[in-house]
Ligand binder design. Sequence first.
Ligand code: ACO
Length: 324
Amino acid sequence: MKFSRITGTGSHLPPKRVTNAQFAEDLAARGIETSDTWIVERTGIHARHFAEPDVASSDLAVLAAREALASAGVQASEIDLIIVATSTPDMVFPSAACLVQQKLGVHGCAAFDVQAVCSGFVYALTVADSMIRTGSANKALVIGAEVFSRILDFNDRTTCVLFGDGAGAVVLEASDTPGILASELHADGRHVDILCVPGHVSGGKALGDPLLKMDGPAVFKLAVGVLEQVARSVLQKAGKTDADIDWLIPHQANIRIMQGTAKKLKLPMDKLIVTVDEHGNTSAASIPLALDAAVRSGKIKRGDTLMLEGVGGGFTWGAVLLDF
Ligand code: ACO
């Protein structure tokens, strides 16, 4: 039986780091009041990174991908599948994945984007795992990359302080041993309005509102509930229990959602990987960014069992349980 296994991780953050204090100062200059204290207390975020205007998702993605390839000891030419999870692709089409393929100097392999907002990486990893297990691919690059700064309304303090830019990547390879143990994906389109960018391109113009809108408290409530349910369901599928999880890597949106999820899963806080403090919410990039940071810091080691959990606009959610 064929399985898939993560053999390398990588990430990239744009160099421009904006602290809460700097952000508050910038907003104050436009008559908008916020503070480091409010942001830290409500979200756990201390800073985020923003890409320069000429840097696109595929630029961040390719840098993360190169790191993941190096850590897996795999050449770009060996990759036979590229999936990029993003809600902020460089252009309407072609996909960010095709642009990444071009920038890596390879051609011919399947390449496509997955759009599931902050659940995007968990969706992409699940698709890549299925394609490897069914023999359509052997070595995949799975990337989450975002420039959310492009779709933020910097006049809306309830959303603009929450997000950041970045990319994370993994190399997923066919293996005789798992690897990915179980996964599950969900969506509920009844909640499209609580988190959306409602604008669209038509007749050469952006029509409607092309900036992020969020009902924060509604998202918060839904997120904690679905993250517990999906984690339990995936554990059951894999024949495991809470106690088997070495590290929980939830989508890094808000420290309170993450702590709430860990508590419901009866996991001590020191089993929670947290990067939201330094990255903010980087949407589809947040899980692979957190994974790579924890691998490079030596927290996550080979053989550890990881629960990855995504939740985001759509409303979408999902989880992947894996042996690293
Ligand atoms: N600075 C200062 N005050 C603020 C700010 C700010 N940046 N933003 C909001 N406030 C004020 C509000 O105006 C409100 O004031 P009022 O009481 O006078 O009306 C007060 O703070 C409380 O606002 P709430 O929205 O009730 O605050 P809450 O505690 O719910 O926190 C937050 C808001 C952080 C957005 C929270 O609801 C949250 O994190 N929700 C989940 C968000 C999330 O995870 N989104 C990402 C999902 S993933 C994806 O797909 C993108």
